[in-house]
Design a protein around this ligand. Sequence first.
Ligand code: UGA
Length: 481
Amino acid sequence: MASDIAVIGSGYVGTVVASSLAHLGNQVTVVETNLEKLVELRSGRSPIYEPGLEELLKAGIVSSRLTFTSDLAQAIRQSSVTFICVGTPRGPDGRSDMSAMRDVAQGIGEALDAYHVVVTKSTVPVGTSGWVRSIIEDALKPESRSRDLFDMVSNPEFLREGNAVIDFLQPDRVVLGSEEERALDLLTEIYRPIIENRVPGYTRMAPDVPLLRTRLATAELAKYASNAFLTVKISFANEMARLCDFVGADVMEVTKAMGLDVRIGPHFLSAGIGWGGSCFGKDVASLMATAQDYGYRAHLLEASVAINEVQRSLVFDRLLSELKTLSGRRVLVLGLAFKPGTDDIRDSSALEVARRLVRGGAIVTAHDPMVSDLPEDDAIRLVGDPLALDQPIDAVVLATEWPEYKNLDLVALRRQCRGDIFFDGRNAMVPAQVAAAGFRYLGVGRPDEQASVGSLPAHSLPTVVARATGTVRATHLDVPA
Ligand code: UGA
């Protein structure tokens, strides 16, 4: 059953939600107040890079199932369901800035004249749907106040950047929260093709998608709990990596052993320079603030954030200890995006690592396959080719595990270096291959002897010697055929 749907906000979540809902056959009106963005969208250009998104956007426009307007009231009146997808950025006190949400709620209340389901899709603090309901009620026209005009639903999104369309159309679960069965029934119908795994072009060999119908507050908290737990999992792996450094264990094998236990699972256990992105930090801060509101201190969340902070200093500390001073040292940072597959540098650990090196006096050159702009006052120099540097480098740091770095010509990279350190901040490289190119391989929670000949294919064995220093060096690059 197709529905008439309004989607408010054409940011990351809104564009994916609107294009995907149109793909399911619904009539979708996107409300966007930024007129430049509106022009772009109408011409089929996505405001963000996301695999598969522009195709859905264009198809929606061609089929006329996807239209765009700046007129909120009109969009509300011609639809029965509204998904609120506006931004809730982190405010200075760690809490989410809810001003856009307030304005939209006000606008919805003023426009409502027939039964409507209002869905909060943006990630919002627990209790927000109740707050939105009050604003809408207050804004209703006097003659509408006595009527049972709308219901609230919380439908958290679990989209990962770089995978958002698939995550929407083939999710692990759909969570719907409301105190009203009729509203849950309406949303269940909208999600039915997804739940029953019959989305054109997006079916998979898998059972039906689990649907969780629950209370408003439960749905709101489920979103935060999921993101927070993922940060805890990563921070746990990072803490184990620290212990691995002390005891000489390999965190990759430790987490592999852990992940083989089905109760733990293998995902989000990759140790590295820390988690980042626009969601994790903001959501954990918001959840801690909610806990604080009730007089509760969220110790585990605090620990997750604290470990992440320590992890972001790992590169700085290690390079300082290896190079003795960072002043005037030239460091090449490979990767600035908060994870591979995106140009997003918001709260990126990679960028933070580079900035800490700059603050320590290092001269930082950085390369990223997709990041081409940094704020003007950033002292980091961006280069288009990490193999065409005009100055010799003291240390290389891999900060974002882009697949292309795994195939980088390490010998050519080594030739540009006057120092031999290669810090693999994501444990993404084969240590022995890095060592074979003449680098001293440093990983996160990996013993130095990881760079042993044992993990190299036989035809590319270098002569690896000298463990006296506690590190492994390739003495020359002669590779027997
Ligand atoms: C995250 C969640 O994974 C989504 O489910 C959620 O919907 C989204 O936030 C959101 O709230 O909108 P995303 O921010 O796209 O998605 O990024 P992730 O893929 O989760 O990665 C987050 C960070 O964790 C990255 O910096 C990544 O490098 C780091 N990470 C991830 C690790 O350090 N180790 C790991 O094992 C996995």
